[in-house]
Every structure is written in C-alpha cells, then in structure tokens.
Design a binder for this molecule. Sequence first.
Ligand SMILES: [Zn+2]
Length: 419
Amino acid sequence: MRIDGERLNDNIQQLGEIGYRAGEGVTRLALGEEDMRARRWLEGRMQEAGLQVRTDAAANMIGRLPCGRPEADCVVIGSHLDTVPQGGRYDGALGVLAGLEVAQICRENGIQLPWDLEVINFTDEEGHHYAGTFGSRAMMEGARDEDLHRSRMEGVPTLAEDLRAVGVDPECLFQARRDPDGIRAYLELHIEQGSRMEEEGIDVAAVTGIVGIYRYQVTVEGEANHAGTTSMHDRDDALVKATLPIQLLPEWARARSDEMVATVGQVFVEPGAVNIIPARCDFTVELRSLESEDMARVRDRLHCWLAENDAGEMHTVFEKDGDLLDDELTDIIIDQGAAEDFAVARLPSGAGHDAQSFASCSVPTGMIFIPSRGGLSHCPEEYSEPEWVTAGGQVLLRSVLELARRDGQGSTVQPRCGD
Ligand SMILES: [Zn+2]
C-alpha cells in the first residue's frame, strides 16, 4: 500500500500559503489569525478524509478514525501547524499532514485497524506565548500555571488570553489531560532541522531519543572604572574574566562526547557603556545531550572552575533530562524504511518535539526524520524535496500498518467490510 505523495506535497504547499509573505516566509503564531485560518483549512481536509474532528480543552485539534470498538486504545500521529515568526512550510506541518494522509489512505482502502487512529495538531509547539510544546504537555503531563498566565516577553499575550479569544476556557484546561495507558503508541514525522542526513545521504532516520536540556545563568563580578584613566594592571574587568569559562565550555563538551553541545547564547554586560570597564557580566549556558551524565559532568566542571578561580556565581535555570524513544517502534521504522530500499539510520534529535511529551509519560513513542536541505529550519529557506516528503510519509504508513499487524493478534490487517 502506498501513500499519495502528490496529495501530501500538494497539501504542504497549500497550507504553506497561509501566513506566507514573499521574502518573509511563513508566520503562523499559535492561536493568531493565520494559525486559526490554518486550523479551519485543516478541519476541512480532515472532514474530507472522513475523520471525526474535535478540539480539546487545550485547543488541540484532533481528527479521529475510529476502529469501531468503543473501549479501544488509540494510536496518535501528531505535530503542529504553528510556526516561529518568518519560518518555513515544513516544520510541524509535515507531521500533521503526513498523519492525515496515512489516516486517509487507511480509510480509502478500508483498512480495519485494531485501535482508533488520531491525527493531532498540537497548540503552540513553538512556544510563542511562554514555553514550547504546550498542547502536548497539557494532554500528557498537564500544563503548568505559568504556561497559562506568564508571557514570554512584553507585548505577547498570555495563553489564557489567547485561548479565551478563540473560545476556549483556560479554567477547563485540566480536561485536556489523557490517560497514557489508553495510548498504544505515538508517532511523529518531522524534518531533521540539521544537515547530517543530507550530508551522509540518509533518506529516512529513526530518532533514538530527544536530547535533554540543562540551562544555567552565570554572573561574573568585576569593578566599574574609567576606561581611559585606569591602567591595565589596576582593572577588574568582568567581561574579560567571563571569556575564560566561555572558551573552556566547548572544549569540556567535546571531551565528554561527540553528541553533546554547549552554547553561550546570551551575554549581558553592565553598565554596558563604551568608556566604562565592565562591572558585571551575565551569560547563559545551555547544554544538550541524550546522556544526563554528560551534562552533569560539564555542569560540575564549570561549577568547580568558577569556585576555584573565585570567578563567578552559577544558577540553575532548569535541568530537563532527555527521553529515549521506544525500541520496538524505532526498529519498525528502520525495517520499513529498509524494505522501501531507503538509506536508513538512527539519530538523536537535538530539538524538542511534541513526541517528547508522550515519551516522558511512558507512551511508546517513535519519530521519523527526513532531511532538511542545507540543514536550514525556522527560516523562509526551510525546504525538503517532494521525494523526501513522500519517502517519510510512506515509512510512516508502513510503520502504522506493521504495528497494526503485530497488535492484531498476528493476523494480517483485514479490509473493513461495508465501509
Ligand atoms: Zn516542529
């Protein structure tokens, strides 16, 4: 059985027109005007495909292909239609539309699945309002108070405000919560957002896990003084002191593992004038790895270095461990990709995804990557070739059918009668 690659690619291009501006790419901020237009468009597509459409208490859009048994488990295929400002056509959209394509093919061919199949567009994966993966977290872990009532920056409405604006009562958010036991599996197709697959000629990858993120804030103190009259021996320059650990961090990360990354993404200098020696330097440290042990070691090294050199203070912003994805689903994805003669590989994901919300609640979770041209993402140049899109969709379909075959007491999947 094959997906309709032309229909899938066509849907991606049609959806990509919503919020598109020449030279600026696609902007569909979660629950904003363009996102709501995209949701209405998707609702029409889901209905045409014969799915039952509803919106839950976190404004997640759910299209369901019921299997006909009232107490059946479900398999979820999800991702998101919201984008970053001036983003691309593929991040998120690919996963939702590939899920729709799989459900549509199953229905058109009368496939009797052993569970309900749900295609979900999750709310605010990109964290426009406050933090990312809001909708999937609200469904699995339950959202936090700050998700609803805090704003990422001045001028951005809170999620509670925007939910109300689209007719969803934030007081009822808890109703979006689902029992992980009722979810047989979660699958997501996504663009790699890196360059490794294209460089190594990999067509389809099975994601082994989603990396953890440890974030810190470091403050280095010095003494402000006149930049012209203070001699070089008499200075206590906070910025100069801060550059030492900033240069050591990448070395420590590389020494620990090939997979780990360390980034200083923000540096603030006070008082921040051209003619004053910096009295204070604050910088952020972000570590990402599948291995918590590696991140902890680099954190401890930084902490010790700062203490031994009396060079600064370090505060933890948060430490979130990585999540390993399900071995059985990963093997299925690899096998189904190989059966199509695609070059396949196993890769970790360096970015967070809705899949993580399910994996961290022990729902068996599998993720498929296709290459991103030039490794570009979150920008107008984001692009994946139509044949890459079709390949990813095809492996997603095959993986769903293989899981159905295994769950259907080993019997082959039977066409549904009278449908
Ligand atoms: Zn995404």
